[in-house]
Design a protein around this ligand. Structure first.
Ligand SMILES: CC(C)(COP(=O)(O)OP(=O)(O)OC[C@H]1O[C@@H](n2cnc3c(N)ncnc32)[C@H](O)[C@@H]1OP(=O)(O)O)[C@@H](O)C(=O)NCCC(=O)NCCS
Length: 217
């Protein structure tokens, strides 16, 4: 049987719940026991930093299999002032469809749009083993540190315009678009089917490893 066609299209309000459910599937027990990313997907849409034009889903035979959401952030420049940039997340692909190129397609498609919209660059936190395969480089290469002034291997950059990050040394500031209220997240999660929380999984150990990949600037 032929593989169904995978379509990328903007998220619409009718997708909200399905995107939250797929985000929960993708992240459940992945970084930590359980997950909050479906709650983040829910709250980010209401946040002033959210960029709806870049919120895309991947759909296959009427089922959502992937999703990406973006927010505005900035670099607090060493030279003074701020450079507006984008960050993305949650980026989610259903477990059964992971490692088949869907995440990369979502990122490539939306960053082409972001470049056409005039954004300078994307800065993200994520596993460098994944994002270097999507063209991201360590932010340290441009002299960009975390908000608390650490060089972190998980902080990675992609210039959307040639030379956009030259002279962008400074600190990446994500703002509070991804801040989680633990109680509200737990209440939100209770609307979904109960799932077992598990500890000590290889993906959780890898996440802890990536959290430690930093040094003072
Ligand atoms: C991370 C995620 C979005 C990637 O999407 P995907 O469709 O599975 O990834 P792709 O198949 O497009 O892979 C893109 C590249 O990354 C690599 N890659 C993907 N997952 C990887 C992993 N866990 N470890 C190492 N490399 C990985 C692939 O080999 C591929 O490289 P290639 O193009 O050179 O072959 C998806 O696996 C997912 O939803 N994971 C759980 C949630 C998560 O971790 N989200 C991101 C949080 S930062």
């Amino acid at each position: 049987m032929d593989n169904p066609v995978l379509t990328l299209r903007p998220e619409s309000p009718a997708d909200y719940r399905a995107v939250e459910a797929l985000t929960r599937e993708a992240f459940w027990n992945h970084h930590v026991p359980g997950c909050d990313e479906h709650y983040l997907a829910h709250t980010l849409r209401q946040h002033e930093a959210f960029v709806p034009e870049l919120c895309f889903v991947a759909e296959e035979a009427g089922t959502l299999v992937g999703s990406v959401m973006y927010a505005k952030a900035h670099i607090a420049l060493d030279a003074g002032g701020r450079m507006p940039v984008l960050t993305f997340g949650p980026l989610s692909v259903l477990p059964a469809r992971q490692r088949q190129g869907i995440g990369k397609r979502l990122v490539q498609h939306t960053r082409t749009l972001a470049a056409a919209m005039g954004y300078a660059a994307i800065l993200i936190y994520g596993d460098p083993a994944i994002y270097r395969r999507m063209g991201f480089v360590p932010a340290e290469r441009y002299g960009i540190a975390t908000a608390d002034n650490l060089y972190h291997d998980a902080l990675q950059a992609f210039a959307l315009q040639a030379g956009a990050l030259d002279g962008a040394a400074g600190r990446f500031v994500e703002g509070d678009a991804y801040a989680v209220d633990a109680e509200a997240a737990a209440a939100f999660d209770s609307q979904f089917p109960i799932r077992e929380k598990r500890e000590g999984l290889p993906s959780q150990l890898r996440f802890l490893e990536t959290l430690r990949m930093h040094r003072p600037r």
